[in-house]
Design a protein. Structure first.
Length: 139
């Protein structure tokens, strides 16, 4: 049964960039205001920068290590949209529901992500080529 409360809203769109400072300048011009936060997620080898856009956000991501998924993405595909993230109320129940629906989870347990969130990713193979992230606020 479909429940309209599973995915609350588009939480953010992640954009992979080569140089976060240069990208911040570009998006500052685009939006007409500064990013509100920069945060390093050392466990993922990324530095992030967030811009508010209405109720949603744009997350710029720069890889900080050679093995970072973002570094590899930019080397292979160039800069551009990396993922779309949806806010969920209960990440564990959403993970179970989506797995039953045939989606492939890239992590079996939520990980601590940027912006004080628990996150889990769905493999793009199972979602029409789009990397999907589920996010839940950490209390």
């Amino acid at each position: 049964m479909l429940n309209s409360h599973n995915m609350v809203k588009i939480e953010h769109i992640g954009i992979a960039v080569k140089d976060i400072e240069a990208a911040n300048k570009t998006y500052r011009k685009l939006f007409g205001y500064e990013h509100y936060k920069t945060e390093e997620v050392a466990s993922e080898g990324v530095i992030t920068s967030f811009f508010k856009c209405g109720e949603s956000k744009i997350e710029l991501l720069e890889g900080t290590t050679e093995n970072s998924a973002i570094t590899k993405f930019v080397e292979k595909r160039g800069e551009g949209m990396h993922h779309i993230a949806f806010a969920v109320e209960d990440i564990h129940s959403e993970m179970k529901r989506l797995e039953k629906e045939g989606f492939i989870l890239l992590n079996k347990e939520p990980k601590r992500g940027a912006d004080n969130k628990w996150v889990v990713f769905l493999h793009p193979k199972s979602s029409n080529g789009v990397l999907v992230e589920l996010c839940q606020d950490i209390d």
